[in-house]
Ligand binder design. Structure first.
Ligand SMILES: [Zn+2]
Length: 190
């Protein structure tokens, strides 16, 4: 039996679609790590977003999730850099949006923790909800709050309405870069 990979670390991107983009670790360094390795892992990740589909994700869903993820990354970077949206990435977003269905809130009797959104029937529908969130953010005022972690290999994209955050996470990239800067200073000649 293969060992289960570690649980998903919480990331502080401020949006589910940006959490999807963040499923590639060290995305902008020489050795990116794709954490969506198989359909079960996609199911695990969807659960962290309260998007567990009623039918388990398939291999085709995994491919779809990765394709959407990379298109969202491209569109987010284009938005952030104020460059035109590449047509391929936009087409992928629109294809995902075509799978969107209306939301239904279910009552406490069905959802013991209180009113909740009816879970998506399929992974496609779950991805469509992420696409919808991305489309709203990228075309509205939230686009102005899109920032990127100052750690070059991390480069995690997140929403920060205050514009004051430098790092995706003060505890991870913030600490790592402070240590790095300290070492650099320690090695400088007197
Ligand atoms: Zn970072």
């Amino acid at each position: 039996v293969a060992e289960r990979p570690p649980r998903w670390l919480p990331c502080e991107t401020g949006a589910s679609w940006l959490d999807l983009v963040a499923t590639v670790g060290r995305a902008y360094g020489p050795a990116p790590v794709d954490r969506l390795t198989d359909p079960a892992r996609l199911a695990d990740w969807l659960a962290t977003q309260d998007l567990t589909p009623r039918r388990a994700p398939t291999r085709a869903d995994l491919t779809r999730a990765r394709t959407l993820r990379e298109s969202l990354r491209t569109l987010a970077l284009a938005t952030r850099n104020d460059t035109p949206w590449p047509p391929d990435a936009l087409a992928t977003l629109n294809t995902a949006l075509a799978d969107d269905t209306h939301l239904t809130v279910i009552t406490p009797r069905q959802a013991p923790s209180g009113p909740a959104l009816r879970p998506p029937a399929t992974a496609r529908e779950a991805l469509a909800r992420l696409a919808r969130e991305a489309a709203v953010h990228l075309t509205g005022p939230a686009a102005g709050s899109l920032h990127q972690c100052a750690d070059e290999t991390c480069g995690m994209l997140y929403l920060d309405p205050t514009g004051r955050r430098r790092w995706c996470s003060a505890e991870i990239c913030g600490v790592r870069n402070r240590v790095r800067a300290h070492r650099r200073r320690a090695h400088e000649p007197e």
